[in-house]
Design a protein around this ligand. Sequence first.
Ligand code: BGC
Length: 848
Amino acid sequence: MSRPALPDDTELSDRIRTLDLESKVRLLTGANVWRLPAEPRLGLSAVTMSDGPQGVRGTGEVPGATGLLAPAPSALAATWDTGLAKRLGTLFATEARRKDVDVVLGPVVNLQRTPVAGRHFEYFSEDPLLTGTLAAALVRGLQSRGVGACLKHFVANDSETDRTRYRSRLDERTLREVYLAPFEQVLAEAEPWSVMAAYSGVDDGTESAPMTENARLLREVLKEEWGFSGPVVSDWAATRSTVASAVGGLDLVMPGPDPLWGEPLVAAVQAGEVDERLIDDKVLRLLRLARHTGRLGEPGQSPAPPAAPAGPGEEEFRLLREVAARGMVLLRNEADLLPLASDGIRSVALIGPNAVAPYLQGGGSAFVPAVRTVSFEDGLRAALSEDVRLSVHRGGDARLRPPFLSGALLIDPDTGTAGVRADHLDAHGNRVGGEIRPSGDWSGYTAFGPATRRVVLRTVLTLTEPGTHRLEIGCVGRYTVTVDGEEVLSGDDDRGVELILDSTHNNPPLRGIDLEVGPQPRRIALGIGLTVVEPGGYDPFVTAQLRHAPPGSTPYEEIAEAAAAAQAADVAVVVVGTNEEVESEGWDRTGLDLPGHQNDLVRKVLAANPRTIVVVNAGAPVLLPWADEAPALLWAWLPGQEAGHAMADVLLGRTEPSGRLPWTLPARAEDVPVPDARPRDGVVDYSEGVHIGHRAWEGAGLVPAFPFGHGLGWTRWTYESVTLSPSPVSAILPSPAGGDGLNLTVELTNTGPREGREVVQVYLEPPHDGPDRPVRLLAGFATVEAAPGARVTAEVHVPARAFQIWDVEASAWRTPPGRYRLHVGRSSRDPHLAAEVTVDDGRLHTAG
Ligand code: BGC
């Protein structure tokens, strides 16, 4: 059956003309948190959006719905493999269709400007080219199945502290060459169907405005200069104005309902403050998105909804496992400890806080309730033969916050049953509902009716163990806390939606109370009165966390026990890392240390067993002060649902860990080029300019623990030769559109014992006497595979843009003349071959 022809833009404009102003403006604000409005007169069904980028969370309309949980984007970036990224994009599309989702809110192409950025795990890399290349491949995969991408967060929204308020101050070259670069690349290579405007603002010296109002970047650059034809969607609740945002280039306000557009925007058009043609353009962009995603039919009709595929199933689990395993980065492998020869092992001690509680995905809007999860223990157990003894030891707690009060210590004062009582009260203080839950976790509690204005929690806590107990209580908004009837804490924060946007609804600041318990048990009556927070667009909620540290909770006994287990085993696998208290949307880290006593744990285990493999389960850099002593060191990222299988595949040699670091791993905190993400007086100053990540490390001549691009595998490679083409290279560099650049043909041989995969990396060294540029920058890369002894050819494309700088005076790209060296190798610090080209008159020549 042939598909009916889709309407072209002229036809869409004709349709738009049939609507009055009010009807058009209505379409430009979300109907609810995830859906846009429908308009049968246009043939428009509701377009549905959902996060992104570790899977597709879904709209939450189906209670208990789960889904595929992919490795975090930085893990995908570590594969440096566009083929894999594209396949993951198609998997996301299938998953989106299962959940009736048309647009996935991702990928994120903000950059890892600082290792402490809270959403570091959601970003691909500290490098613009690696980011842009992988994101483009992912978008191509996603959109090839009729599901739209929403490229986010446009632009320079690279940290979280005060994220809805700060302005990023950066000069125009830095903006163009670094932070806009991945957006521009993805738009050029993959044409994403929508773009999200960030919460933060940009001050580029020409204009300073929040990104939802930034006419210079949204209208002039994104739409006019780059020709982006889809809608610019606000980040959730990021819109703050009517006229400035409508004129500034924003097209869709999300989520809805939101009063900022609607009637005030109609009035602004009628008052001549906003041109109605701008409104028509916004609707046209929305209709283009609907056309792409199958949500646009004939006027007066609704299109048939896209089919929902069955599943998820084994084939998808396999892909997630492959991405997770291949993205793992083997940082060290002394004496080829890995892969383990499974026949020689009789016992394995699996140790570490993250061995017991793997950190599979980062916190915040990217969170996906997983359809299944394979823990490191389950994965190893399934992979090891049955006669191998596997023991598991936590080796101390690594949480920053004590655990939630256990329901077993709590009693509802009214009924005497276990738990905490919640009474829901209306505006007059009358009880309109309630429940009892056996938990101290009341974070983001929404299970009350619309009349509820206050939620009052009451419980009696019984402490028996003598000593000092610490009670940590965290609430948000307006609240009071009483202990035995006496008020001990209160809050008066009326920021509403900000409590969601900065994640305090899940991560409230904790306030501690010490409670002394003598030989007799102590009973404490706790009362918490919470005013319901009304965050517009989102569900009303309250948050209270009751946490408890019993006396004398130190990890040393557990560490000693773990070290003893390591000593008794043939092999020790220590899994250390971060957790969702550390890496999350909504806040930034304040340091790079592993939480808790994990460094002590690793050192003790390394001393106990020379056959120790250390696995780091974290998204962003953490300092590993013992790294030089670890015989085998594997970075496992936030590996998603198939974590355990993927780790076992690597440890036992079934899959080569062919990952390469997409960022620089510092050895010392004081070396980090941008150690702090916090705004000063509302400004995040990008004073390092174009020197981001490895470029800054090279510029400062500092040696990191492991450089950008580093990663070992199961084999060794000899780089034989490099040739440039076209040859002679008189290729024109560059056309205003970016030109073609040049190609490098790299010959290399697998000189090691096993089949392997290599990431061939090309770094460009600009002329030293030219404008201020990075010492070296990543200019191209390609992955190849070869059997032992086999020679293989890598074709690496270096885009003309790599040579160029943004000429601020001329408002155009320009290639500075001079001699450029191209270094070909295994990482930013491990060059094996070099070539040289010269540029004069804007043309590129091979040297000699
Ligand atoms: C995040 C976005 C996300 C949106 C919807 C925002 O707080 O910044 O990345 O897509 O929420 O969940």
